[in-house]
Ligand binder design. Structure first.
Ligand SMILES: [Fe+2]
Ligand SMILES: [Fe+2]
Length: 381
């Protein structure tokens, strides 16, 4: 910091004295130095003028009517915006008591009456220099604070944008996965409704079983991928209009292995869960399922949950090779599978919440049908 970096405005000096002659004398000594001089006729006048135009220095007489010099100093030093204005008290020669009191109330310097021109100019020059440095530091601090606030806002704004972009990217990834899963279903069951309702019912069951919100959400996004491995099954088996024979079934069962292969080794949580679900959704609680014949709690919970939702939706839906079961029939089949095909805990959660699950199933069908209608109408345009 150099003198040139300090504000170059004309310094304002206020001369406060009830004697007009004194004010005139002091003003005459200062004006040739290039200062702007303001005069105040007493303490009250001083306080009023300070509020209008805060000076850079005050030369203050002590004995004045209304408010004396000490009272003026006390008042100014108590207000933050004026507390840094240097005040020089003008005292009678040798009046020690005045000087002590002036120091106690916060005056910065003294001058003795009658005022000596050289001494006055030297004191004023040096105190104005201090004042200019002080002002500079105050401005610098304010600028810094302003800059910090500005940058903080900028960072907050950037973070908001990043979070939005991240959310958008996440949405795009999820939608891509959902649409790819739908593509895999399309050929086989010709119904996107299946992955909508089975994923929502899976998530609902997970919720009813007390799993965390994050896990419930992961199951919602991962379960549509359960049959993604069907992409690898030949059409002659996948699209066969009738029951599969002994040679075809083992091939069909490979869709669990293929699904696991498609999704394996991902860093993304719900894709890892997708792998688990794709691999285990045909395992059965009693160990009679495939591909590994896992038993009971050996089957990951997500696989046990999705097994119930998947079979329930399949039973409720019409397929080229079968009619839809009624709600009663479908529920009976799930109940009969308790402890054999299905985890008893998952079946219990399913039965306890059957009303809500049916509502989810119905709304998923309705949603899919309206989407399908929209697609057909668009195609006709
Ligand atoms: Fe499957
Ligand atoms: Fe399925």
């Amino acid at each position: 910091m150099t003198d040139s970096t300090i504000a170059e405005k004309t310094p304002i000096v206020m001369v406060v004295d009830d004697e007009a002659l004194n004010r005139k004398l002091v003003s005459a000594m200062l004006k040739p130095q290039g200062y702007e001089v303001i005069q105040a006729v007493d303490g009250e006048d001083c306080l009023e003028k300070v509020r209008q135009v805060p000076p850079d220095l005050i030369l203050l007489d002590i004995i004045m009517p209304k408010l004396n010099g000490f009272e003026v100093v006390t008042s100014l030093k108590s207000e933050e915006q004026f507390s840094l204005i240097p005040i020089v008290m003008v005292t009678a020669l040798g009046d020690v008591n005045d000087r002590v009191q002036a120091l106690e109330v916060g005056a910065d310097d003294f001058l003795t009456k009658p005022v000596d021109r050289m001494e006055l100019r030297a004191r004023v020059r040096s105190l104005l220099k201090v004042k200019a440095y002080n002002d500079h530091m105050v401005n610098y601090r304010q600028e810094l604070e302003f800059e910090v606030r500005r940058r903080t806002l900028e960072i907050q704004e950037t973070n908001k944008k990043l979070a939005k972009a991240h959310e958008k990217l996440r949405g795009a990834s999820l939608e891509t996965i959902f649409r790819l899963s739908r593509a895999a279903e399309f050929k086989d069951e010709d119904t996107g409704a299946h992955i909508i309702s089975m994923s929502r019912i899976s998530a609902r069951l997970a919720q009813c079983m007390g799993l965390s919100t994050a896990t419930v959400e992961s199951i919602l996004y991962a379960s549509p991928m359960h049959d993604i491995g069907k992409i690898g099954i030949p059409d002659r088996i996948l699209l066969k209009n009738g029951p599969l024979n002994e040679e075809e079934w083992p091939i069909m069962r490979l869709h669990t292995i293929y699904g696991g292969k498609i999704l394996e080794n991902s860093d993304i949580g719900f894709l890892r869960l997708g792998e688990v679900i794709a691999t285990t959704h045909h395992e059965k609680y009693d160990g009679s399922g495939y591909p590994k014949g896992l038993k009971g709690k050996e089957i990951p919970l997500a696989g046990r949950i999705v097994a119930v939702a998947d079979v329930f939706d399949a039973l409720m839906s019409r397929r080229p090779y079968k009619m839809a079961f009624t709600v009663e029939q479908a529920v009976t089949i799930i109940k009969e599978g308790r402890g054999r095909h299905f985890d008893p805990d998952v079946v219990d959660a399913f039965m306890d919440d059957i009303g809500k699950i049916l509502r989810i199933w119905n709304s998923s069908q309705a949603e899919h049908n309206s989407e399908l209608k929209g697609t057909l109408e668009e195609g006709q345009v």
